[in-house]
Design a protein around this ligand. Structure first.
Ligand code: UT7
Length: 323
């Protein structure tokens, strides 16, 4: 028998305010047409003044608990994937723990930028397999609007705010690819590429800073590395591309999503795309997309789902799971 981490619940939360592409035309040399054509983004949600990453994460966590039919004290651990925690410390995860009314268990953040949710799921899977936790709430939550340089048209039109959450639960499997739950994980980072996508602030500067990106270079790395990591994770799971029911990619750019799917030879009908409505929400993008697709009844029990993401670091990876 093999201990597996299975999806028990999923949920999300998006801030109320929606910013359409056309709103940027008043202040920047950009257009709705350019943003749509180059990124696939049409709109994004933006957090209200005073609304923090942990606020969004708590709402997403509550939605996932509701979906699972569980209460806060049924959870052993909370992991929040974020690069925009409310404060330098404590972790956003401890704020979520308190906000959910959890009086037991443990909580911590994982910071792997846009790949954060994949890294956090890998962490939760390892906790469950090691017997350190039976149920883990994994949340991707971000307020990237707070990192934007609103005069930089090459970045500020691309990002949005939001949160998504899943609950993983221990279950016994046979140790074969037919098991439900996380079947394989593939993780990478390469700090030599740290200057391609970073925030020019932090504790060393005394200021929060702004996101800086060499978009074309990140794009080039993304297509190549995402297809490779998804392929590697499928191999570790004992599956091939033909077994894939759904790819749920990091939602940064529709052209990256399409090019990666083409390399994997997975048709776009089997790819979940939400970038048009959410923009790039960094670590929140995959759990948001998962929750939207689940809510639409698209992802069904027994189906094989591949998650893949890349972001600052560079850090990238993939998870293969059976729903
Ligand atoms: O989540 C982490 C991972 N991040 C990503 O995956 C993002 C990866 N990169 C991308 O998505 C794309 O590279 C972008 C959407 C950022 C840019 O698309 P691109 O097709 O690579 O455009 P580009 O950067 O090569 O820029 C083409 C032109 C430039 O003008 P010149 O130099 O050709 O005159 C830019 O200045 O488009 C210009 N441009 C814009 N024009 C109108 C850049 N941003 C804008 C804009 N509106 N918002």
């Amino acid at each position: 028998m093999t201990r597996r981490a299975c999806i028990r619940g999923v949920g999300h939360y998006l801030p109320e305010r929606v910013v359409e592409n056309a709103e940027f035309e008043a202040s920047l040399a950009t257009s709705d047409a350019w943003i749509r054509e180059r990124s696939g983004i049409e709109r994004r949600h933006v957090a209200a003044e005073g609304q923090t990453t942990s606020d969004l994460a708590i709402r997403a966590g509550q939605a996932a608990l509701g979906d699972a039919g569980l209460g806060p004290d049924d959870i052993d651990a909370v992991i929040v994937a974020t690069s925009t925690a409310d404060l330098t410390f404590p972790s956003a995860a401890t704020m979520v723990q308190a906000g959910l009314g959890m009086t037991r268990g443990f909580a911590y953040d994982v910071q792997a930028v846009c790949a954060g949710f994949v890294f956090a799921l890998a962490n939760a899977d390892a906790l469950i397999r090691a017997g350190l936790a039976g149920r883990v709430l994994v949340i991707g939550a971000e307020t990237f609007s707070r990192l934007m340089d609103w005069t930089d048209r090459g970045t500020c039109v691309l990002f949005g705010d939001g949160a998504g959450a899943v609950i993983l639960e221990a279950a016994e499997g046979a140790g074969t690819p037919a098991d439900r739950g996380i079947l394989a994980v593939d993780l990478h980072s390469d700090g030599r590429h740290r200057d391609l996508l970073y925030v020019d602030g932090g504790v060393s500067t005394g200021q929060v800073g702004h996101l800086r990106m060499q978009g074309r270079e990140v794009f080039r790395h993304a297509v190549e590395k995402l297809a490779a990591t998804a392929h590697a994770a499928l191999g570790k799971a004992g599956l091939d591309e033909g077994a894939v029911d759904w790819v749920v990619p990091h939602q940064a750019n529709l052209r990256i999503i399409q090019a990666t799917a083409a390399r994997l030879q997975v048709p776009m009908e089997r790819v979940v795309v939400t970038v048009q409505d959410h923009g790039n929400t960094s670590a929140a993008s995959i759990p948001l997309a998962l929750s939207v697709a689940h809510g639409q009844g698209r992802i069904r029990p027994g189906q094989v789902v591949v998650l893949e993401a890349i972001g600052g670091g560079l850090a990238w990876g993939a998870v293969v799971l059976r729903w």
